[in-house]
Design a protein around this ligand. Structure first.
Ligand code: 6OG
Length: 162
């Protein structure tokens, strides 16, 4: 029988400007995923819920305060030679307060939702972003080589609830 793999909880948050059809991404300046554009997020801490962690990371990294947040996806990432999987809870923020500001970790920039800079993003993003555009919830599993670029296996599907 197969045993559940050890995993660690993360959040990934995309602030949406629906009026202008834009999404806020951040250029990661340090740490894991450095020099990639991504949503905002990080590890969930022990004394917070996943949603609280998502809002906290968004505020820390972008300066935006979430006023309404919805989970849109659940992603599992497995890296070659890493026994701990990443369980990433993906959220969309449609209402927020504040203005995006650069932080130590992220340089925020708005992009058209139909004009995403996938070449500068993680390889999985171009695969599941179409679900976001269709307002369809999704779950995905992606197996990466240690190079953090090559996806060797993927599973992705639409779900009714998360
Ligand atoms: P910190 O190390 O900054 O948290 N993340 C990924 N995001 C995408 N789109 N694809 C991946 O493919 C990712 N792996 C990790 C989750 C890491 C942040 O990076 C996201 C967190 O928001 C492998 O604390």
């Amino acid at each position: 029988e197969q045993q559940a793999m050890a995993h660690r909880l993360y959040t990934l948050v995309f602030p949406m400007d629906e009026q202008n059809g834009r999404v806020l991404l951040g250029m990661k300046k340090r740490g894991f995923g450095r020099d990639k554009l991504n949503g905002f997020g990080g590890k969930v801490e022990v004394n917070e819920t996943i949603a609280e962690g998502a809002a906290r990371e968004l505020a820390e990294e972008s300066g935006l305060e979430a006023k309404s947040m919805k989970q849109c996806g659940l992603l599992m990432f497995y890296f070659e030679n890493d026994p701990v999987a990443m369980e990433v809870h993906v959220f969309l923020v449609h209402k927020y307060e504040g203005t995006a500001v650069e932080s130590d970790e992220m340089r925020p920039q708005w992009f058209g939702i139909h004009d995403m800079p996938f070449k500068q993003m993680w390889a999985d993003d171009s695969l599941w972003w179409p679900y976001v555009l269709k307002e369809q919830k999704f779950v995905g599993q992606f197996w990466f080589k240690a190079d953090q670029v090559t996806v060797t296996r993927e599973k992705l599907s639409a779900v009714d609830s998360l």
